[in-house]
Design a protein around this ligand. Structure first.
Ligand code: ADP
Length: 473
């Protein structure tokens, strides 16, 4: 019998009203895994009620007191890392290095917001001697955090930590394919001292759980990470209800490589776009734009490294069957449009990888920019390359996309690197491999969404500012 995971509501496991459970799949073996509760609006109602009941007392605590609890949650994630990694591995097939990095970052989200929380206050406003005026950062109340399947625990923590830090309660709705780590996180957080009801997790499919959650009158803000169509739909619910929403959506991010770059490092950066999480990363730099004089040589080096990546060792499978099929459909369309991959372009047909949802790391070299494979987000280990002639051409090509989540620029001329960084329409740009961490805000331009996660910006996204003025006369 598969293990059944119930919702986590009001500080305890809670059975679904429907009595039904959803299957999960191990993408490494394609065998069924644990089952998760099939949620419905009745479960959402219970979770929002628990959140609403717990939130006011939490919000009244001092920043120092909330900070201390968040540090305890971080400690609990650290102590429970092995279990969390195992749960995540079972439904994502991620390789160990990737799992470890994600759990470490989940801990760090709680530590970071536990820390900065104590230094972020309102301010006093000088209006002359007759008044005392100040602002307060106040929580919204109950926040819905709706997350996808590509970084399940990590993306949950990215939203939960700042939301809880400023005094909100949360109802989290993880992807139905990858819910177990978020459920376990909620249990660990409760055991670590987070008051019951502050972090509730309702599992199930989007229309049955995500939609009633977004539409619930007591939910005062939505944080969503996922696809453009679902983001647009949730934004329409938020617009109707006049509540704010943060949308972290897709990308087709460029990596721009000039001939004078540190090429070894640039090759490694280009390869990481396909290797890391098997390309199932919204910030993956999957459009490789290379100065024409070195394009062919550079791409040959990338292909050489990509061909040596081993499935199950260097990269994992597609996490869902539907994503696996979607990537294969992209290959078929690319082929119909006349593109021939320099390497890859298929699933594995023999060896252990053929049992799982693995896709061969793929490079389409020198593609026409109008092809679908060059324009649409594939969300798999697939790189397209295009040559550019000069700086102006590189900039035009980098910006020739509906998305704007991230860009990576490589150049021996750092002023040129920064010139491009300032002109590329994206929420984050790295030059010569600069670091993006929890401190650096993340968010989209254009179709990649709006609002910011991470950094101090996220703390402020989950708070609303109140002005209070007292007449001294
Ligand atoms: P992906 O294709 O990456 O799974 P989705 O946008 O479909 O992206 O899913 C991201 C999250 O949004 C998941 O938790 C999913 O269940 C949820 N979701 C999907 N459809 C809806 C919907 N109609 N209403 C609310 N949430 C939804």
């Amino acid at each position: 019998m598969p293990v059944r995971h119930n919702h986590w509501i009001g500080g305890k496991a809670d059975e679904p009203t429907s009595g039904a459970y959803l299957p999960t799949l191990d993408p490494v073996t394609r065998q069924p895994g644990d089952e998760v509760a099939a949620g419905s609006s009745a479960d959402v109602d219970r979770a929002v009620a628990a959140a609403s009941a717990a939130q006011p007392e939490w919000a009244r605590r001092s920043a120092a007191e909330r900070s201390e609890v968040l540090h305890q949650v971080a400690n609990a994630i650290e102590a429970g890392a092995d279990e969390l990694m195992e749960l995540e591995r079972a439904c994502t097939g991620k390789v160990t290095g990737q799992l470890k990095m994600e759990v470490d970052m989940s801990v760090a989200y709680f530590r970071y917001y536990a820390g900065v929380l104590r230094s972020q206050h309102g301010r006093t406003i000088d209006q002359g001697g007759g008044t005392h005026t100040y602002t307060r950062l106040e929580p919204y109340g109950v926040i819905a955090v709706i997350t996808p399947w590509n970084f399940p625990l990590n993306q949950a923590c990215r939203g939960l930590a700042p939301a809880l830090a400023v005094g909100n309660a949360v109802v989290a709705k993880p992807s139905e394919f990858t819910s177990t780590s978020t459920l376990h996180l909620a249990r660990l957080a409760t055991e670590a001292g987070l008051p019951a009801g502050l972090l509730n997790v309702v599992t199930g499919i989007g229309p049955d759980v995500g939609t009633p959650l977004a539409g619930h009158p007591a939910v005062r803000r939505i944080a969503f990470t996922g696809s453009v169509p679902t983001g647009r739909y949730l934004a329409s619910i938020a617009a109707e209800r006049l509540i704010p929403v943060t949308l972290e959506l897709g990308g087709k991010s460029p990596i721009v490589v000039f001939a004078d770059s540190p090429l070894d490092r640039a090759v490694a950066a280009a390869v990481s776009a396909v290797a890391m999480n098997a390309g199932q990363t919204c910030t993956a730099t999957t459009r490789l734009l290379v100065e024409a004089s070195v394009h062919d040589e550079f791409v040959a080096r990338v292909v050489d490294v990509v061909e040596r990546l081993e499935p199950g060792v260097d990269f994992g499978p597609m996490i869902t069957e539907s994503q696996f099929r979607k990537v294969l459909e992209h290959f078929a369309t690319a082929s119909d449009e006349g593109a021939v991959p320099a390497t890859g372009g298929s699933a594995y047909d023999d060896g252990p990888a053929a049992q799982g949802l693995y896709i061969r790391p793929t490079v389409y070299a020198g593609v026409r920019p109008d092809l679908r494979i060059a324009r649409e987000e594939v969300f798999g280990p697939v790189l397209v390359t295009m040559p550019f002639t000069d700086e102006a051409d590189a900039l035009a090509m980098a910006n020739d996309t509906d998305y704007g989540l991230l860009a990576s620029v490589w150049s021996g001329d750092v002023a040129r690197g920064l010139r491009l960084a300032e002109q590329i329409d994206a929420g984050q740009v790295t030059v010569n491999g600069g670091a993006l961490t929890i401190e650096t805000p993340l968010g989209g331009y254009k179709q990649s969404g709006y609002g910011r996660e991470k950094g101090l910006e996220a703390l402020h996204e989950y708070a609303q500012t109140k002005s209070i003025s007292l007449s001294l006369s």
